[in-house]
Design a protein around this ligand. Sequence first.
Ligand code: GDP
Ligand code: MN
Length: 348
Amino acid sequence: NHKLSTVNDIVLKNTQKTSGVDGGKRVKATIVTLARNQDLMQLVSSIRVVEDRFNHKFNYDWTFLNDEPFSDEFKETTSALVSGNTKYGLIPKEQWSFPEWIDTERAAKVREEMREKKVIYGDSISYRHMCRYESGFFWRHELMMEYDWYWRVEPDVKIYCDIDYDIFKFMEDNGKSYGFTISLPEYKETIPTLWTETKKFIKENPQYVPKDNMMDFISDDNGNTYNGCHFWSNFEIASLKFWRSDAYRKYFEHLDKAGGFFYERWGDAPVHSIAAALFLPRDQIHFFQDVGYFHNPFHNCPIDRDLRLKNKCMCNPKDDFTWKGYSCVPKYFTVNNLQRPKGWENYT
Ligand code: GDP
Ligand code: MN
């Protein structure tokens, strides 16, 4: 029962701190983190850096989601660090378990095979629930319904530069729907049939694919095969309305029925990225070059020195992954006819 499974949902108000720097003109946005109680200490450093670099100036809410009830220690510690309101949501059981159409023996066999082949997280059940949840459910959690925008933050990440503008309002004012910092190819062993299922879906639903889509970013042969390029979804600043659209809902439903979250190990990153590339006009996808970001093992560090100094960035541009051989960002610039920053050749 849905009511019973969300009894942990509570809202802690920080009433003295809800105004933000530009007095009430904020958009409907929340920072959101999916985490376990044992992730607390790694999460504390992420919260501190996001607050220091951005949110202490804007006081946006922070929503925490978990498949188990959050501990008092988790709630007290995080709410002490966040300048906005904090909310704690329990994930309904049916969104974190095997759907009835999944053959659990077949899924177990796959996990065993992937364990032998040493596919990263290949033997994990919880990782698969996590990827399925981030693909199909976080944007329709009860606590998320009042928001139009979110910033996904994970434990142990870094933001390297000051963000002096309202990054959510930036998205809204500039007609953006999806923002990223790092992009690279996915491990093919985790997604053998994701592209086949995607092609089936768009063939049956061509109305969801706008003319100015970004197929050329994710496919090098006009849609025949997927090149693996995806936006690294541990950082996302994006529109919730996009995931709530008919196109994405139906796409997720199609993928979920196909079973690849369990029979393979489909990640939420390629799922989100393929959807953004195919269902959004290309100019709604934004590459953030000014915030600086780290999630093990990749860094985004602005290579433009003036920008680094202006934004008080704390990173070494030599570590920047953006222009390195394995990064998909150069392709993103090429297919969109964007001008690369001066001196990018020195950071390949
Ligand atoms: P990676 O970045 O792909 O190595 O995966 P992570 O271990 O960082 O997991 C991605 C996100 O999901 C992080 O925010 C984790 O805290 C969260 N997460 C992963 N597994 C679970 C889980 O079993 N339960 C909950 N509640 N959160 C999880
Ligand atoms: Mn992570």
